[in-house]
Design a protein around this ligand. Structure first.
Ligand code: ZN
Length: 321
């Protein structure tokens, strides 16, 4: 399960060894993956509140996972916190914990808090009660007041490789083919991987993209592919994203970057597609996808876009040897 994967991550281990017995009053948890974030919150809470640092079995741990622990509060998850709410929150912060020595507050989507709310929050940062730890959770710190950022200790969500995401999805019972597509398109994020895994259409598009790049070898072949479902108006945005993932891997292979491949168990196909591409050619092929996106936005016909993509990818291969 995902919690096991998180437990093995460097980010979690570093929190346990460096922070757990030496807690600051405020943390800023940075990372965009909302699926990992929701579990990470519980794991931090369990680790801090359980006498065994998160045994997963005691009454405290059970309450953490059931979201029924009275000393844990999560704010701003769905309903946006306003100035009035933050005043209630400040009153609550000064009340004693119910069951533990410590109270934990998690303020989700902190980048969405308006500056007035953030200013109110600063009040607590200035005179924090001893028994309180506040975690602000954000995808990035760009929209947060510098005074908030500078007073919170930064920690990061763990990130995962496509291979780890693939193994996890298969372990959770997703079919291998679905897991393969979802992990390749996830960009290392579980929230995206789950989204792709729940949509069967992506697996078919993923296969069609590989098939096209493997078989469309000369400009004479192009008309055999332009009418396919992957190039329909509805499918084109997803097709372009998938072609981008594959061509990035191709670029990684031909430039010898050694970066882990997104389509990690399609190495044979990727090497076949890579034949004839130089690093410059792969870069040109990637650029042609951006051109296709612009064409899509300006209402060029789907067939016209398909023709352009396939022609430019072939041209990128042969012109940039
Ligand atoms: Zn426990």
């Amino acid at each position: 399960m995902l919690d096991r994967l998180i437990k093995e991550s460097g980010e979690y281990k570093s929190f346990v060894t460096r922070e757990r017995d030496n807690l600051s009053h405020a943390y800023l948890v940075l990372g965009a993956d909302t699926a990992v974030r929701q579990i990470y919150i519980k794991m931090l809470a369990e680790n801090i509140l359980c006498g065994e640092k998160g045994c997963g079995e005691c009454r405290v741990c059970q309450k953490v996972w059931a979201e029924s622990h009275p000393d844990i509060k999560v704010l701003n998850k769905e309903e946006k916190v306003k100035v009035d709410d933050i005043e209630k929150f400040i009153d609550d912060v000064y009340l004693k914990p119910w069951e533990s020595d410590i109270k934990l507050y998690f303020i989700d989507n902190a980048e969405n808090l308006n500056p007035a709310v953030q200013n109110k929050l600063l009040k607590i940062y200035e005179e924090p009660p001893k028994s309180v730890v506040i975690f602000l959770l954000a995808g990035s710190q760009g929209m947060l007041l510098p005074t908030i950022v500078s007073r919170a200790k930064k920690i990061y969500l763990p990130s995962f490789s496509p291979k780890q995401i693939y193994d996890e999805l298969v372990g959770e019972g997703y079919p291998a083919r679905t897991a393969e597509t979802a992990s390749a398109l996830s960009g290392g994020r579980f929230d995206r991987a789950y989204l792709f895994a729940s949509d069967e259409g992506h697996s078919a598009l993923y296969e069609a993209c590989f098939d096209t790049l493997l078989k469309c070898k000369t400009s004479k072949d192009i008309p055999l592919f332009t009418g396919k479902a992957m190039f329909s108006k509805e499918n084109l945005p997803a097709t372009l994203d998938i072609l981008e993932v594959i061509l990035y891997d191709v670029m990684g292979i031909v430039s010898g970057s050694g970066n882990p491949l997104a389509a990690h168990n399609r190495e044979y196909d990727l090497r076949e597609i890579s034949k004839g591409f130089s690093p410059g050619g792969a870069a040109m092929a990637l650029l042609s996808l951006n051109k296709a996106r612009r064409m899509l936005a300006s209402y060029v016909s789907a067939a016209g876009i398909a023709d352009t993509i396939l022609f430019e990818i072939l041209e990128a291969k042969y012109k940039w040897q």
